[in-house]
Design a protein. Structure first.
Length: 144
């Protein structure tokens, strides 16, 4: 077992984050990227994995030892298609939370959460500047 997420595990996380929402009858697409990439359009979902491999948890039912990482997701939006950027960010946030809640069944590479109430922190509004809204989700993920 690697203590640090592998490239395959990071890819499994990346491709499972929703990048499209519907508000009323309007579809809105976001780009997705890692935090070390330049933002070129809005909305953008930016992923960062921090504090990887710091803790080990044993899943007694499966007998698997897990390392822990923090996945931070920034949902960056502007007013678009007749919707306020905050509404767009909140809708993307809910879609992402709904997806991550399913990770109690592990993703490829055994990436998972154990409890959606404990592992998914409350949504944070980092405010806005230059008409860019920044909403943040912090998720404790576990990987084998």
């Amino acid at each position: 077992m690697a203590r640090i997420l592998t490239t395959a595990q990071k890819k499994a996380i990346f491709i499972s984050i929703p990048t499209q929402i519907t508000i009323d009858t309007t579809d809105i697409d976001a780009s997705i990227q890692w935090a070390n990439q330049d933002i070129t359009s809005y909305p953008t979902i930016s992923l960062n994995i921090a504090s990887d491999g710091i803790t080990a948890i044993e899943d007694v039912s499966d007998g698997i030892l897990y390392s822990t990482a923090t996945l931070t997701i920034h949902i960056l939006t502007k007013n678009a298609q007749g919707f306020n950027g905050a509404i767009i960010a909140e809708t993307f946030s809910q879609a992402i939370i709904d997806e991550i809640t399913t990770w109690t069944t592990p993703l490829t590479g055994d990436v998972r959460i154990f409890d959606s109430h404990e592992d998914i922190a409350s949504l944070q509004n980092n405010g806005f500047s230059d008409d860019i809204y920044d909403y943040i989700l912090s998720i404790t993920i576990h990987h084998g």
